[in-house]
Design a protein around this ligand. Sequence first.
Ligand code: FE2
Length: 201
Amino acid sequence: MSETLHDALIDEIKDLYHAEKQLTKALPKLAKSATNQDLRAALDSHLAETHGQIERLERVFELLDEKPSGKHCAGMAGIIEEGSNVLEEDFEGAVLDACIIASGQRAEHYEIAAYGTCIAWAQALGLTEVAQVLGETLAEEKAADQKLSALAEGDINEAATADDSSDEEDEDEAPAPQPSVSASAKSAKTAKSATTRRRPN
Ligand SMILES: [Fe+2]
């Protein structure tokens, strides 16, 4: 018998359960690296919320008559891996904070998408209480995302631009433009124009 939307919902809940558990390990690292106090406080408070979200998922498992268990969430693992790579770069101060916000918002948007799907499926399946419990978490995820946007747009992004003019020279040089495709592969007309192209100095 093929699997049902109900089965798919359970799979998604398991995926979210693992995603949230991964975040409880990743958020403290981001918070510890943040230099802006408000950003650190926002990440710490979202960590506390995340513990509550895990409990809500356990309630959802109960409502679905399933034992709580996670299924490896490769999506969140990838987002977290990218975030920890950023922490290993040489970013400092407001630039580092801006990068931490970027990682945090990727995680939030992933969750917003996943919870949104699960809520819609639960509603379609007539699982009103499941949809309601998940809806509480979705509201927290959206609020966390908006808080990060407010911090970035409030002053962190602007503070992060402070060193930009002096840093420009540090960028790796862009590769020189490649010579055009060999003349033989082109029409006679194009080949002619290629021969008249000036050589670079
Ligand atoms: Fe979450």
